[in-house]
Design a binder for this molecule. Structure first.
Ligand SMILES: Nc1ncnc2c1ncn2[C@@H]1O[C@H](COP(=O)(O)OP(=O)(O)OP(=O)(O)O)[C@@H](O)[C@H]1O
Ligand SMILES: [Mg+2]
Length: 356
């Protein structure tokens, strides 16, 4: 029995058992994660109470129960009690249980999750490709650049007139500028200095920095999940990543005083990042009320040198994404005017990752 339960809880499909009155008899871990409710809270509850606007969901269940035949539907919308809408493929199987404890077995397959997994995987893949191109290009630029700079230094020493030194100074200065740009393009390349840390300590540090930067004008609201376990991560690199995201929000705002940022943390079970499924991940949402990201920019927002600001280098988000990726995580973005949301997903169990 215990072993069956372990098997059930390790499935990535949500499984729910209902009795003849459509009351919940069992709900596995994936089902709890999907419905954002614990099994303890759901047991004995009528299926119609698990979601808001249960019409279509209940119709499917009642139909399968009444006809005593299996029933499958694709992409049923479910409005969770939190107000969030998810889409699931449903398979409902009537079961003739000899002990008569349950009558319906419901399989819930999250459609959004599969779509998101393939979208995140392609985002991570394109990031990797971009980084490979940049690494190659950086190598090709830095070698001759070193030569140009060295030759300019030698030339400066040989110059007959001091007035000509101005030209070699420009060559050296511009070569240095180009080298710095290439280094920024490459992103942080130091080894991660991982330590056990509380993710809220990172967020609080960034909150202080950004508040100071805005002259105490920006309002940062916090909605932290205090039960999040510690994470093994590089504090200063994560601070840099979150700061890049928050700084953008501040820069995009009409004025610092109108800028309102919400920092939210949550844990999420059975979550796939790229090609790895994790038992537990930490999600950090950074939400701002600014004008939003222009639609034409949104699909390539994490690519280097993509900027919507006249004085932007377009590297902030690319660096932030690369830091998160190096921690085994991914960052996504959704934006509409008044509601821009960056979500950082970081695994809390990097050693236990499985195939999705
Ligand atoms: N919260 C946000 N609201 C509105 N636009 C945003 C937001 N975050 C990013 N953007 C847009 O995305 C662009 C890219 O951001 P990114 O941080 O990568 O580069 P940047 O800010 O232009 O330059 P850098 O960060 O290198 O100084 C920004 O120029 C801006 O147009
Ligand atoms: Mg930026």
């Amino acid at each position: 029995m215990q072993r069956d339960r372990v098997i059930l809880d390790n499935l990535s499909t949500g499984i729910m058992a209902l009795d003849g009155q459509l009351q919940v008899v069992a709900l596995n871990a994936a089902g709890q994660a999907m419905l954002e409710a614990s099994e303890a809270r759901c047991l004995g509850q009528h299926a119609g109470k698990l979601v808001l606007q249960p019409g279509q969901w209940l119709d499917n269940l009642e139909q399968a129960l009444a006809s005593n035949t299996p029933h499958a539907s694709r992409s049923i919308p479910l409005m969770l009690l939190s107000g969030q809408e998810i889409h699931v493929d449903l398979i409902i199987t009537p079961v003739n249980d000899p002990e008569d404890s349950f009558c319906l077995l419901v399989e819930l397959l999250p459609v959004d999750r599969l779509l998101r997994i393939s979208r995140d995987a392609s985002l991570m893949h394109s990031q990797e490709t971009t980084r490979a191109v940049i690494r190659g290009l950086a190598h090709e630029i830095k070698n001759p650049l070193g030569g140009v700079r060295g030759a300019a230094q030698l030339l400066a020493r040989e110059l007959p007139e001091d007035g000509l030194a101005e030209y070699t100074t420009i060559i050296i200065r511009e070569a240095d500028r180009l080298r710095d740009l290439v280094d920024r393009l490459l992103g942080p390349n130091q080894q991660l200095q991982k330590e056990q840390l509380n993710i809220h300590a990172v967020l609080e540090q960034v909150r202080e920095l950004i508040t100071a930067e805005s002259g105490n004008l920006v309002r940062v609201d916090r909605d932290y999940d205090p039960s999040l376990p510690e994470i093994s991560a590089d504090q200063s690199q994560l601070v840099q990543a979150v700061l890049n995201v928050m700084r953008n929000a501040l820069q995009a705002a009409e004025s610092p005083a109108r800028c309102r940022i919400t920092l939210r943390t949550r844990s999420q079970r059975q979550f796939t990042i790229g090609t790895k499924r994790h038992r537990l991940v930490c999600r950090i949402d950074i939400i701002d009320n600014g004008p939003g990201i222009p639609a034409d920019l949104l699909p390539s927002i994490f690519a280097p040198m993509v900027t919507g600001r006249a004085d932007g280098t377009g590297l902030g988000l690319s660096i932030a994404q690369s830091v998160v990726n190096r921690h085994g995580g991914v960052m996504t973005c959704e934006s509409e005017p008044g509601d821009t949301r960056f979500s950082i997903y970081l695994p809390l169990d990097s050693d236990n990752a499985k195939a999705p």
